[in-house]
Design a protein around this ligand. Sequence first.
Ligand code: SF4
Length: 460
Amino acid sequence: MTNQPITTSVFDLFKVGPGPSSSHTIGPMKAAFDFRQRLSSLEPSIQQQADAVHVLLYGSLSATGKGHGTDRAIVAGLLGWQPETTDPDALLDLLRDSSVSYPIPVGEKTLELEPQHIHFERKRYDSPYANTMVLQLRQGEQVLYEEEYYSVGGGFIIRKGEPDVASDNQDVPFPYSSMAELKEQLKTNNLTLDELMIRNEMAITNRSRADINQRIDQILEFMHKAVRRGLRHKGTLPGSIKLTRKAPILYQKAKGMSQSSDSFLIFLNAYCLAASEENAAGGIVVTAPTSGASGVIPGLTYLAKHHFHHDKLTLRGGMLAAAAIGFLVKHNASISGAEMGCMGEVGTASAMGAAFLTRCAQPNGSISAIEAAAEIAIEHHLGMTCDPIGGYVQIPCIERNAMGAVKSYNAFLLATSGAASVQKISLDAVVKVMKATGRDMSTKYKETSEAGLALSATEC
Ligand code: SF4
């Protein structure tokens, strides 16, 4: 495992933006936005020679980028749009008409980006990451300037030649890079997990405690808005599968059976499906830790707020515990479906959800129980492949979020039923196994839609 301390902000893990895929939508949008900024500061002599901008997509971005809306996200970023403030309807309108081009300012001149300038490359490309994109400023066939970006999951990007932008080497008062180190920090400094997370976050972001709390509340509200929209929206989702939205159906059913012991699970399923269906429709969601897995935590937090009536303080503590687990997986394995398969996305979300529930149920937060809950949830997602049909984040993704949340709940129950202290496998060990399993998994099962369920597309 890497020994660099974790310096990711809670608000980089929980990012607001349009669905359906943080690695294929939010990441590319951010990369294109960054490229646009860089074009404006090039030498005027280079700017003057340029006559086109071209975008080359490789790996999983090429294989499933169409279904994930990667091309639209890149146009949006080049137009100067940012994920959090993007209007999802306007995003869906981009590239609808193939005769429309898009103005990109380059110094004093404006270049027209044409749809055919976005290339879904089929050839292999020598790159350290599965999701690679190259943006070029050209004069005819000559490349005047280019940047290479990697979308590493959860909307995080790395520009070639730079360290991971999320790990910007800021000093934190309580450095840790593994669960073992986190536990040591808590013990040595006699801190709760909430307090350690808040104090590190203050150092990373220069925000005040009040500001951080307010932002966590806002993030929860963004999540719950997605749930509420999804519970209302009926009909079919965009794309060739013509998948019917199920959240409103389940919600009505749950409301009609409130005396039944099953209703609690049907409510939870409805909330998770609601947020996931909004994500699949390109609506605004919160990466948790990714967009593909953005139904698990919203579903659980909605349940915690409206069924368990947890107060704001408790929900914030739960979110910080979830973030701690997300950080550890991202830092020591990966949260990208293109690197780890779905165990990196829904598996991580499920572990974060288990930590959330455990912290909420135990105000003084036993770190051993939180660790055990997160470990159990990951352990039972190991080897889970990513094989979305047609490249759409719909099947298996939407139901998988509901299943991930149910596993969170059971992991929380298993860990808090008095057995946490005898848990044999540590979180660090299972994350290590996840990384090794992801490395061994065939590329076909890592967000390329070349195997598994994706091959059943013709039967849909
Ligand atoms: S199968 Fe899992 S990892 Fe793959 S796109 Fe769907 S949610 Fe993401």
